[in-house]
Ligand binder design. Structure first.
Ligand SMILES: [Zn+2]
Ligand SMILES: [Zn+2]
Length: 268
C-alpha cells in the first residue's frame, strides 16, 4: 500500500492511496487542473484512479470534486448528507453513497468511514485497509473522542490534524466568531490536542508513521506543530512513532507499507 500527500491545509487537501493495482483519491480541495499533474508527480497515472472519497463538503476538501470526477471518469463517494451539501461542487458528476460506518471495496482496497466532530453536514475520517496494512485519516475535527481514536489502533500510517497553535489563534487577526469556531468542539484540532492524543496512542501502538496534517497557514507553522508532538512523545518515553509534516500546496510525503524504519531507531 502506498500513500501520497498531494496537498494538506486550509487552502486545499488531497491524498492518493494506492494498493493492489487500484488507486483512489481522498478529497479534492483545489482546482482540478492541478490534480492530474500532482497525481503524475506522485508517479501515478490519472487513468488508474478508481474513485474520489470525500470527508466533508467544505471547499478546501470538495471544491475540485466535480471537475476531477468528470475528468477522471470516477465517482465521487461520500455519505448522503455530504453529497447533498457538496452539490454545488459536484454538479452532475457521478456519485456513489457510502453510509458512515460502512465499508467500500475497490479491488483489494477496503475503505471504511467513521464520524468526526466538525461543523459540516456529516463529516467523516477514513480507514484504508489492504491485506495487513492499515492507514487512518482524521482531519477537520474539533475533538478526538474514543469513537475516533479507536480507529488509530493497528494503523501503520496515521494522518492526523494538527491545525493550530492556540496562542497564535487567540492573538491573531481572525474575527472573534471565527476564532471561537476553530477552537470549538466542531472546529479544528490544536497542536496540543493532537500531541496529547499521539502520546496516549504511542503507549499502546506498534511502530507508526504519523503525518501531521491540515496545518493552518495563519495560526501554525510546521516547526510549531512538530515540536509540540515531539515534546509530548518524548515525555511519554515513546520511540515507536515517526513524525512528519504534510505541506500545504505541494506533493510532499510518501509512505509505503512494509517500511521497517523502526529497526534502525530501536537498535541503531
Ligand atoms: Zn479542512
Ligand atoms: Zn472543514
Amino acid at each position: 500500500m502506498e500513500v501520497w500527500s498531494l496537498a494538506s491545509g486550509s487552502s486545499g487537501n488531497a491524498f492518493l492511496i494506492s494498493a493492489g493495482g487500484v488507486s483512489v483519491l481522498l478529497d479534492a480541495g483545489f482546482p482540478a487542473r492541478h490534480m492530474c499533474s500532482r497525481i503524475e508527480r506522485a508517479g501515478h497515472s490519472p487513468t488508474e484512479i478508481g474513485a474520489l472519497f470525500l470527508t466533508h463538503e467544505h471547499s478546501d476538501h470538495a471544491s475540485g470534486a466535480g471537475v476531477t470526477s468528470r475528468a477522471l471518469k470516477i465517482p465521487v463517494v461520500a455519505n448522503e448528507p455530504t453529497l447533498e451539501a457538496a452539490r454545488r461542487y459536484i454538479g452532475n458528476a457521478r456519485t456513489a453513497v457510502l453510509p458512515t460506518g460502512e465499508t467500500a471495496e475497490i479491488g483489494e482496497l477496503e475503505v471504511t468511514s467513521f464520524r468526526t466532530s466538525h461543523d459540516a453536514a456529516e463529516p467523516v475520517g477514513y480507514v484504508f485497509r489492504h491485506r495487513n496494512s492499515k492507514v487512518c485519516y482524521v482531519t477537520d475535527t474539533g475533538v478526538l473522542t474514543p469513537e475516533i481514536t479507536c480507529h488509530f489502533l493497528g494503523a501503520q500510517l496515521l494522518i492526523l490534524e494538527s491545525n493550530h497553535d492556540p496562542r497564535r489563534l487567540a492573538m491573531g487577526p481572525y474575527p472573534e466568531i471565527l476564532k471561537r469556531r476553530i477552537a470549538s468542539r466542531v472546529g479544528h484540532l490544536s497542536n496540543a490536542a493532537a500531541a496529547t492524543a499521539l502520546a496516549k496512542h504511542s503507549e499502546q501502538c506498534d511502530p507508526t508513521v504519523v503525518w501531521l496534517a491540515h496545518l493552518s497557514e495563519d495560526n501554525n507553522t510546521p516547526s510549531l506543530a512538530m515540536e509540540c508532538s515531539k515534546t509530548a512523545l518524548h515525555r511519554a518515553g515513546s520511540r515507536n512513532v515517526r513524525l512528519e509534516v504534510a505541506r500545504r500546496n505541494v506533493v510532499s510525503l510518501r509512505w509505503e507499507s512494509g517500511e521497517n524504519w523502526w529497526q534502525g531507531s530501536l537498535f541503531g
